[in-house]
Design a protein around this ligand. Structure first.
Ligand SMILES: [Zn+2]
Ligand SMILES: [Zn+2]
Length: 234
């Protein structure tokens, strides 16, 4: 056993089984996945126990870990994973996402059918065409006029847990658009399958047997947990 005084607040390791689940996203942590545990006082015995999270989930949130000295086991994991943790700790934030892309709440957002083709999607920098469904976000600290627009599907990738049906404006959407957006929600999380990701789409399609005939409309995507999407490096 370790000296309690040397107990570090965090522990990192590869999951030894698939039994733990992530306290952040609630999904299971699969065996061999890098996980970060926050050491907390155990309720059932005198000591501490780790509350496990996907390392990726922890590192999506800024300033969770103040110093690499707080992380037990850091030197035992693979070098590239150590570097990932170090760069997260040193930068005090997620490796490659800006703070502005954190989850939104429905109150900050709105959904509508785009009346013009003038707005540009904040996520993919492409035009949002007239009649496409778009979702507005309000940058923090700015007035209601400074809305940012996003394609519905781009937005879903960013904020998959958003409850679209609670977005202001939802009830103004035609039913067909509501269905389309609901379908997006189900599809998320996936990095493929949106019509804008041509490369990914083609790749997917080539894996589907052509002999099936009309599989053209199926956008099969592998089901992954929310945490595996996004910045899974290497
Ligand atoms: Zn997670
Ligand atoms: Zn977009």
């Amino acid at each position: 056993m370790e000296n309690p005084q040397a107990q570090k607040p965090w522990k990192v390791e590869y999951a030894k089984s698939s039994r733990s689940s992530c306290k952040t996203c609630k999904s299971p942590i699969e065996k061999e996945t890098l996980r970060l545990g926050k050491m907390v006082q155990a309720t059932q015995f005198d000591g501490v126990m780790p509350m496990w999270n996907h390392a990726d989930c922890i590192m999506k949130i800024s300033n969770q870990i103040k110093s690499t000295d707080e992380v037990e086991g850091l030197e035992l994991i693979r070098w590239e994973d150590q570097q990932k943790v170090r760069s997260y700790v040193q930068s005090g934030g997620p490796p490659d996402t800006s703070p502005a892309t954190s989850e939104f709440t429905t109150k900050e957002c709105g959904i509508e059918v785009s009346p013009t083709s003038r707005a540009t999607c904040k996520q993919c920098s492409q035009k949002i065409l007239k009649t496409e469904v778009r979702i507005s976000t309000k940058p923090e600290g700015q007035g209601p006029r400074s809305l940012a627009w996003n394609h519905a599907n781009c937005f879903m990738e960013l904020s998959p847990s958003i409850e679209v049906e609670k977005l202001p404006g939802w009830e103004t959407l035609p039913v067909s658009d509501q269905e389309a957006v609901r379908a997006l929600v189900k599809k998320v999380p996936s990095n493929a399958g949106t019509k804008r990701r041509k490369d990914a789409g083609d790749d997917q399609k080539s894996k589907v047997a052509r002999s099936e005939g009309d599989v053209s409309t199926s956008r099969d995507v592998s089901v992954r947990s929310a945490c595996d999407v996004g910045d899974k490096l290497g």
